[in-house]
Design a protein around this ligand. Structure first.
Ligand code: HEM
Length: 399
């Protein structure tokens, strides 16, 4: 374990100068194991961050917003979206924007206003999958368009095509991670932002005349300035497609390897929710969240100075052997505490109930209802990509 430092501010911290983001994009789990086994805190020069990789460490970051601010200066996300959405603000400003957003995303509203719509969208894309036939790519032909369509409905942006919504989402995510300042990424991001604003011109003027049960409508009714509404819609577009899409493919991937769990779910429908929870833990679609220290902190004997960027690696915390026994194993009957896939504290995912309902209770069970023999296509392995955002990019299936 190296302790050689270029920066005096982090002189007390061990250095993970071996951490290789490109290698992590292929498979981050060996790096996470090494981080956890060597030190709960590291300075990682390759990503210019203090990183926390254990369950306790990520909890420390999440539970101390007075030290770990979300108002990250110079955040690429702010440039990508043309302003600061609520995820990059601290309370009380964050809470002012989060409150109106919470209302439509509560379980009662989801059941009353959106469950039927989720089921209708699911049926539509089951038909598409059926038309493509065995050998179809579950990600391309089902999970991606369904996640986009559900989000269009939740945001009240009905005239938008799922392909456009998915492209905007991908461009905002690429922009939010564009720390190397790639000009082509900014160009695509600018174009998607312009298109999104144009669509929002129609959406906002319609919802001002005719409010509905959408998230956008709730933010307008809640009196948020139009600029904040637009920024938070763009944030929701960037965070509300990729992760649900990955949860669908992850679930079918695991169930293809665990027919006994599938049999259990077909016998007892409460097991679907456990499958959703365990897939979220094991594959944690948002691998790392970013903060900035605005006061000195201390964790496990390490002093964490103010003024540094911080990464809390949720995907590693969710595989911490001190919290979860045999953490690489898929086990739907765990009772070892809450995982971090949706974060914790004031920035905990606003869409977690919507994701649980649309995927865990509706999309995944419906896939097996329509195609009881659904499984990964033999001899055609799935492809994974990413670590900050990680998921399956292609997975041929058969039935
Ligand atoms: C399984 C799917 C999902 C996962 C794993 C996930 C994960 C997360 C995580 C880890 C955060 C915290 C980020 C941080 O603290 O920096 C977050 C925040 C957020 N998520 Fe999700 N998310 C999912 C689906 C959704 C959906 C469907 C929506 C919208 C309908 C959504 C909207 C948001 C918003 C608005 C925030 C910001 C909350 C705040 O800053 O107060 N998410 N999500």
């Amino acid at each position: 374990m190296s302790t050689v430092h270029e920066d005096a501010a982090v002189a007390d911290l061990p250095v993970a100068d071996w951490l290789n983001p490109a290698e992590m994009a292929r498979d981050p789990f060996p790096t996470y194991r090494k981080l956890r086994s060597e030190s709960p805190v590291f300075w990682a020069p390759a990503i210019n961050k203090v990183i926390f990789s254990t369950y306790a460490g990520c909890g420390y970051v999440e539970d101390h917003p007075e030290i770990f601010s979300s108002h990250v200066e110079g955040a690429a996300m702010v440039k990508a979206m043309g302003g600061r959405p609520l995820i990059r603000k601290d309370d009380p400003h964050h809470a002012t924007e989060r409150r109106p957003m919470n209302r439509p995303l509560r379980p009662k509203n989801i059941m009353e206003a959106w469950s039927d719509m989720f089921a209708e969208n699911t049926n539509h894309y089951l038909d598409v999958l059926d038309e493509v036939g065995p050998g179809a790519d579950l990600n391309h032909d089902f999970a991606a368009p369904l996640a986009a369509k559900n989000l269009i409905s939740m945001l009240g942006m009905h005239p938008v095509e799922p392909d456009d919504m998915a492209r905007w989402s991908a461009d905002f995510i690429a922009g939010s991670g564009n720390v190397l300042d790639d000009a082509d990424i900014w160009r695509r991001c600018d174009q998607s932002r312009d298109e999104c604003h144009e669509a929002l011109d129609e959406t906002i003027s319609r919802l001002r005349r005719q409010p509905d049960s959408s998230i956008t409508s709730a933010m307008l009714e809640g009196g948020l300035p139009e600029e904040s509404v637009r920024l938070n819609v763009m944030l929701t577009i960037s965070g509300g497609i990729n992760e649900p899409q990955h949860m669908i493919t992850n679930s079918v991937h695991e169930l293809s390897h665990h027919p006994e769990v599938l049999a259990e779910a077909l016998h007892d429908e409460s097991v679907w929710n456990k499958i959703f929870t365990e897939c979220a833990r094991k594959y944690t679609p948002i691998g790392m969240i970013t903060r900035e220290t605005i006061a000195d902190g201390e964790f496990d004997g390490f002093r964490i100075p103010s003024g540094l960027q911080v990464g809390a690696i949720l995907a590693s915390a969710n595989r911490d052997e001190n919290q979860f026994s045999d953490p690489d194993r898929f086990s739907v009957h765990r009772s070892e505490g809450t995982h971090f896939a949706f974060g914790r504290g004031v920035h905990q995912c606003a869409g977690k109930w919507a994701a649980q309902e649309s995927i865990g209770r509706i999309a995944v069970p419906a896939l097996y209802d329509r195609f009881p023999n659904l499984t990964q296509a033999p001899g055609r392995p799935e492809e994974w990509d990413g670590w900050v955002f990680r998921g399956i990019t292609s997975m041929p299936v058969t039935w």
